[in-house]
Write a protein that binds this ligand. Structure first.
Ligand SMILES: Cc1ncc(COP(=O)(O)O)c(C=O)c1O
Length: 419
């Protein structure tokens, strides 16, 4: 039997954690030293059941890009949902068509583009990979960035990490600490193509390696992958499950990296918290699947599509992306100052409003999450459990203000002195 996480002076949260422990499989939860129990949320703030206020540096897990209970999002979402059915299977609603049209239009990619819905990021990844594999039925080989994360299910799990149970998966290098010249990455791709007799259907990568510890490559790297894929007739799949909808300071990360992938997978921020994901890309690839091959119970759910439209409404009416860019500068200054103040901060990496703060070791990273949570005077900062052992993920809602960031770093600068 597992033992639930318990914290001092948290009677309500501790009781709930203990109840959960007896009824919910631990496998559903990702370990975090805090296991925060939230009673309400607004904007960038969360309140725990024991009355502590926290600034959200997670956006869920890069999901609530518009913050929690965003007024315009909630108003538009309720408006769209009105009397909609809650089901999509074997039926069509106007909102589903509208959401697809608006999304494809706002991605502004060249050539005919189409879309497939999914109910989670990993399902979207799987569908994108099916498209590429069906398009080239005699080519079973899949290339993936070593150390990437695309989800835990099916093919998404097969192309995550550094080794795969699937014999058709080959991993390629991604620039991290040591940036090698372009020729190194090109030669590696050519060697794999030669070894497998050019039987490659797809190459899947992330704009930046998030889960591996926030590694953001130079633009030329993605351009190189794109050019190589085009030259070798390999589908270039961009996993934007976590980077979509403003996170990198552009609406989509392929704009930040100046590439135009064949298939882009969207999730998380796509519907600001409603479970929705999508594959958008070359119509010929999307059309390689026929009736039923990518259908399931929840994809294209009307409420999820309503949330997709409500999210786009907010992006159109408010300067979310511009705010992300402005706040990137503010947070950059705060992180530099924190690095000077605390010798246990070894590096900061990121762009837009997605950063990794690399700590000296795993234990210090865990402690930093806990001390931020404990905060000062009933106010704290909420982090995800560290990435790759020792990297704190910083990914607040894109609606965060300069004052919110000043408040958050004022808490961190006091709380981390206790480490
Ligand atoms: C880059 C990336 N791809 C795919 C996924 C999988 O998404 P989901 O958890 O919705 O299946 C995630 C989730 O964290 C992710 O960060």
């Amino acid at each position: 039997m597992t033992q639930s996480i318990q914290h001092e002076n948290e009677p309500r949260a501790n009781a709930l954690r203990a109840r959960l422990d007896t009824i919910n499989g631990i496998g559903q939860r990702t370990y975090t030293p805090t296991q925060i129990v939230v009673s309400r949320a607004r904007g960038v703030r969360l309140w725990t059941v024991d009355g502590v206020e926290l600034i959200d540096f997670t956006s869920g897990v890069l999901v609530s890009n518009l913050g929690h209970n965003h007024p315009l999002f909630e108003e538009r979402y309720s408006h769209y949902c009105a009397e909609l059915p809650r089901t999509s299977y074997n039926a069509l609603t106007e909102i589903e068509v509208e959401a697809a049209e608006r999304l494809v239009k706002c991605m502004n990619m060249s050539g005919p583009r189409k879309l497939l819905w999914a109910a989670s990021g990993s399902e979207g990844i799987q569908k994108a990979m099916w498209c590429a594999l069906h398009k080239k039925p005699d080519c079973p080989i899949m290339l993936a960035s070593r150390g990437g994360f695309h989800g835990k299910k099916g093919l998404a799990g097969d192309v995550s990490g550094e080794t795969s149970p699937n014999p058709n998966v080959r991993f390629i290098s991604f620039p991290m600490q040591e940036e090698k010249p372009a020729s190194f990455y090109e030669s590696e791709l050519d060697a794999i193509a030669k070894e497998c007799g050019n039987k490659i259907a797809l190459l899947i990568t992330e704009p930046y390696l998030g889960a591996k510890g926030s590694w953001h490559p130079p633009k030329w790297y993605h351009k190189l992958l794109q050019d190589w894929c085009r030259a070798n007739d390999v589908a270039y799949i961009f996993d934007e499950v976590q980077s979509c909808h403003g996170r990198t300071g552009n609406m989509f990360a392929y704009q930040s990296y100046e590439v135009e992938p064949d298939l882009v997978v969207l999730g998380k921020g796509l519907a600001n918290g409603e479970p929705a994901a999508a594959v958008v890309g070359r119509a010929d690839l999307i059309d390689s699947l026929t009736y039923g091959e990518a259908s399931d119970t929840f994809s294209g759910n009307p409420h999820a599509c309503a949330a997709v439209c409500a999210t786009l409404d907010v992006f159109e009416k408010e300067n979310i992306v511009e705010n992300c860019r402005a706040m990137a500068k503010v947070i950059g200054v705060h992180m530099c100052e924190a690095m000077k103040k605390f010798s246990f901060i070894k590096a900061v990496r990121g762009e837009g409003l997605v950063y990794g703060i690399e700590m000296s070791d795993d234990a210090t990273a865990q402690r930093a999450v806990l001390e931020a949570y404990r905060g000062v005077n009933e106010k704290g900062v909420h982090f995800l459990g560290p990435l790759a052992g020792k990297v704190l993920r910083v990914s607040p809602p894109l609606t965060i203000t300069e004052k919110d960031l000043d408040d958050a770093f004022s808490v961190l600068n006091q709380a981390w002195v206790r480490i």
